[in-house]
Design a protein around this ligand. Structure first.
Ligand SMILES: Cc1cc2nc3c(=O)[nH]c(=O)nc-3n(C[C@H](O)[C@H](O)[C@H](O)COP(=O)(O)OP(=O)(O)OC[C@H]3O[C@@H](n4cnc5c(N)ncnc54)[C@H](O)[C@@H]3O)c2cc1C
Ligand SMILES: NC(=O)c1ccc[n+]([C@@H]2O[C@H](COP(=O)([O-])OP(=O)(O)OC[C@H]3O[C@@H](n4cnc5c(N)ncnc54)[C@H](OP(=O)(O)O)[C@@H]3O)[C@@H](O)[C@H]2O)c1
Ligand SMILES: Cc1cc2nc3c(=O)[nH]c(=O)nc-3n(C[C@H](O)[C@H](O)[C@H](O)COP(=O)(O)O)c2cc1C
Ligand SMILES: *[C@@H]1O[C@H](CO)[C@@H](O)[C@H](O)[C@H]1NC(C)=O
Ligand SMILES: *[C@@H]1O[C@H](CO)[C@@H](O)[C@H](O)[C@H]1NC(C)=O
Length: 696
């Protein structure tokens, strides 16, 4: 999740990761051992027996010293190496916990909810712990009944085609194959999803159903959170009914303690060696040359930016094409994969936060978990400075959730401000409406809130504890690894918009990417990145036709697909029809990759290039209108020729409208009823012949 100058001390979830230390420490004895033979070779060529004896003695003693010394020194290292506790039951018993909150989370929301639930437990005289299913032996669920009044809560997010998050994959597999007997386990599930997706909340629903099938007892109904509506509100409403139900179940009462409870304790470091301080991306920059594979989310590769050009010829937006150099990184990708990048927050916002709160951002601090047993020692890598935390580790630009407002309310000196903040965090209809309009609809981030509530001046360390982590951003890779094994292309649009309060909000990652100018004079502009595999794949058989639909930046993965089809043709493979539907606003403004696409069409790589210019005439023309125009050919490709359909780009409207168009074509040309057409497309999806790579 981050990049550091000092040896790694934790992973994203905060567990100690000392493998890195071990590797560097292991290198030492090897080096010293190899010094042995070298010494001997340098000795005199002709030696007497005595010389040899004395020499051997010295060498022997030296070797013994090396070995002995290394052993004693190595002990503390190996002690740290103790495998982390994988038994959550033992951990709960040891620390007196009775509620465990597992989270399946990709971008941190489910994790945050899990933390909040585990903290809640104290109010009812219970003790909770949040837990990453990836870190524990989940088959122990059958043993939770050994702990009195125990409960397992699951906060599960859904991804892709109803898939689990990466950290819940093993748990999911275990549930699926499982013949575990979970009789005696009490549980509840809160599910996180987004209505705009086909498989709405599939993971949470599955876990809820499956645990029950395996004999566990659901003590409170499944909660469904919809990110497209108001996820925070769904969660808060569910939680408000959940806790009373738990109290009733276990016969306990709320302690009435509503006061906020700090999870971390501030430590200010006065004279710490600067080398021991986490500095975010810049720290790793120093050691650019000695980055070590494998690269993943916990160890991102700092890829030099070799190309950064504007794609559109006009209009007031900035669409860009970037190339990241992955030479020597051993990173492999396939067309259709995503590249994740860790962005950096805008220094202006960080500085303004320092000003408004009147603090020296370069103070070196640690936030240490008060619960010493917790796997998560710090909310972000510590020791560090406030500046680094706000620049690299914390999300300072999204609208804060209501729990943040609730906890910060105590620092508003004006009672009116305090009341409003508490109200926004409550579940009263007025409170919800106020939060919706004053925070969400006005796109107020934490800085805007502090600016607009002058009486609100929280201590910066508490603010840093409350803000969620800055997340990686994903981009659909716009190149083929067959043609560009050493570079990864990105096609993105810079996010910038005016809010109702008259402020200009800028997208974190896209504005930061825009500023990455490749230079050669010693200073490389780099981007911390890693690859995320996807299911978005060209057909196994190149002879199958493909229909690609990608308006706007949705063109990205298709640049990779088209390059790959061209390459396959060059290899002498029989390549089926390759049809692209692209859409943009104006032909001479944002016709992305126009030259490349027209050249592909000319060469015959693209059988047909369809472009919908939405604003070049009175009425809108979209990709789905062109699909409709070509319906006979489209139907033949799908129904007779086994074409694979791909849709990429806007999830909110475009993907849905295009899908509706396919229903209509199936109804009209396949003579189907609407429900049959829906089933028909659904079947294509399960066969992997209708794939979507969509976002909003
Ligand atoms: C699997 C996947 C693939 C993706 N592929 C691509 C790709 O190939 N190309 C690409 O450009 N993007 C792609 N994205 C989107 C990308 O990940 C980022 O979300 C996007 O670039 C914005 O990031 P940012 O940090 O610049 O903006 P952020 O700082 O994250 O701000 C974005 C947020 O600003 C708000 N916002 C934006 N516009 C407005 C507005 N007009 N009014 C009010 N609020 C607004 C929204 O809440 C939005 O979520 C992909 C996303 C996913 C999940
Ligand atoms: N929230 C929204 O309503 C919305 C809409 C579009 C894109 N987005 C998001 O905004 C970001 C930028 O998008 P972008 O720059 O890649 O796209 P873009 O350039 O804004 O749009 C590309 C083309 O798609 C057209 N389009 C708009 N609605 C459509 C629909 N329902 N069906 C088919 N085509 C449609 C646009 O037409 P017109 O603009 O002329 O109508 C334009 O011609 C993306 O992340 C995308 O997901 C959001
Ligand atoms: C790329 C992507 C794919 C998603 N797929 C689904 C889905 O198939 N079904 C669903 O209900 N929600 C889907 N969601 C919504 C997430 O589950 C939801 O935003 C959730 O709050 C994320 O939780 P997390 O932050 O803990 O990862 C998707 C979100 C993204 C960004
Ligand atoms: C689970 O709930 C039941 C009541 O529904 C209760 O009898 C049992 O003790 C609970 N189990 C645990 C381990 O707390
Ligand atoms: C999901 O939820 C977010 C709100 O956080 C919303 O902006 C978006 O449109 C929704 N849809 C998708 C596909 O992400």
């Amino acid at each position: 999740m981050y990049w550091i100058s000092a040896p790694r001390m934790e992973t994203q979830t905060g567990t100690e990761n000392v493998r890195f230390n071990l590797l560097t420490d292991m290198a030492d004895p090897q080096m010293e051992a190899s010094a042995g033979p070298e010494l001997m070779e340098e000795g005199e060529p002709l030696l007497s027996n005595l010389d040899i004896f004395l020499f051997s003695l010295i060498v022997g003693l030296f070797v013994y010293w090396v070995v002995f010394r290394k052993k004693t020194e190595a002990i503390p290292e190996f002690k740290k190496l103790e495998t982390p506790e994988t038994s959550f039951i033992e951990k709960m018993k040891k620390t007196g916990k009775n509620i465990v909150v597992f989270y399946g989370s990709q971008t941190g929301t489910a994790e945050e909810f899990a933390n909040r639930l585990s903290k809640d437990a104290q109010r009812y005289g219970m003790k909770g712990m949040a837990a990453d299913p990836e870190e524990y032996d989940m088959s122990e669920l059958s043993r939770l009944k050994e702990i009195d009044n125990s409960l397992a809560i699951f906060c599960m997010a859904t991804y892709g085609e109803g898939d689990p998050t990466d950290n819940a994959q093993d748990f999911y597999d275990w549930l699926q194959e499982g013949d575990a007997d979970l009789d005696g386990l009490n549980y509840t599930v809160f599910s996180l999803g987004n209505k705009t997706y086909e498989h709405y909340n599939a993971m949470g629903k599955y876990v809820d159903k499956r645990l029950s099938e395996l004999g566990a007892k659901r003590i409170f109904d499944l909660g469904l959170g919809d990110d497209d509506g108001n996820l925070e509100e769904d969660f808060v409403s569910w939680r408000e009914q959940f806790w009373p139900a738990v109290c009733e179940h276990f016969g306990v009462e709320a302690t009435g303690e509503e006061s906020s409870i700090r999870q971390y304790e501030l430590k200010v470091h006065e004279d710490l060696n600067m080398n021991k301080i986490y500095t975010g991306e810049l720290g790793r920059l120093k050691s650019f040359e000695n980055q070590k594979p494998p690269f993943d989310s916990k160890n991102p590769f700092l890829a030099p930016v070799t190309v950064n050009r504007k794609l559109n010829k006009g209009g007031d937006r900035h669409l860009m094409h970037l190339e990241l150099d992955i030479t020597g990184s051993k990173i492999r990708y396939e067309s259709g994969d995503h590249v994740a990048v860790y962005p950096t927050n805008d220094a202006t916002i960080v500085n303004r936060l320092g000003e408004v709160l009147g603090v020296d951002l370069d103070t070196v601090i640690s936030l240490n978990n008060l619960d010493e047993e917790s796997n998560k020692k710090h909310p972000f890598p510590c020791p560090t400075t406030y500046r680094t935390a706000l620049t690299h580790y914390l999300d300072i630009t999204n609208s804060p959730r209501t729990n943040v407002l609730y906890e910060l309310a105590q620092y508003a000196s004006d009672p009116k401000d305090q009341e409003n903040m508490r109200k926004m965090a409550s579940s009263s209809p007025e409170g919800k409406a106020l939060y919706q309009s004053w925070v969400l609809d006005s796109c107020r981030n934490i800085l805007a809130i502090l600016e607009d509530l002058p009486s609100l001046r929280p201590p910066i360390d508490h603010l840093c504890e409350l803000l969620p982590r800055l997340q990686a951003r994903y981009y659909s890779i716009a190149s083929s690894s067959k043609v560009h094994p050493n570079s990864i292309h990105i096609c993105a649009v810079v996010v910038e918009y005016k809010t109702k309060t008259g402020r200009t909000n800028k997208g974190v990652a896209t504005n930061w990417l825009k500023s990455k100018v490749p230079t050669d004079n010693g200073h490389k502009a780099t981007v911390p990145m890693y690859i995320r595999k996807s299911q978005f794949r060209l057909p196994f058989k190149a002879s199958n036709p493909v229909i690609m639909i990608g308006p706007g930046t949705g063109i990205a993965p298709f640049m990779g697909f088209i390059q790959e089809r061209a390459w396959l043709r060059e290899q002498g493979k029989e390549v089926g029809e390759t049809v692209l539907y692209f859409g943009c606003r104006h032909k001479n403004e944002d016709f992305l990759y126009q030259e490349e696409l027209e050249a592909f069409e000319k060469e015959g790589v693209l059988t047909r290039l369809n472009v919908a210019f939405s604003r070049d005439q009175e009425h809108k023309v979209y990709v789905q209108h062109q699909l409709k125009n070509n319906k006979e050919a489209v139907w033949r490709q799908i129904h007779t020729d086994n074409a694979h359909i791909y849709i990429c780009g806007d999830a909110r409207n475009m993907a849905r409208d295009v899908q509706t168009t396919f229903y209509e074509i199936a109804e009209e040309l396949g003579g189907m009823m609407h429900t049959q057409a829906v089933d028909y497309i659904k079947k294509l999806m399960t066969k992997g012949r209708y794939s979507q790579d969509v976002w909003s």
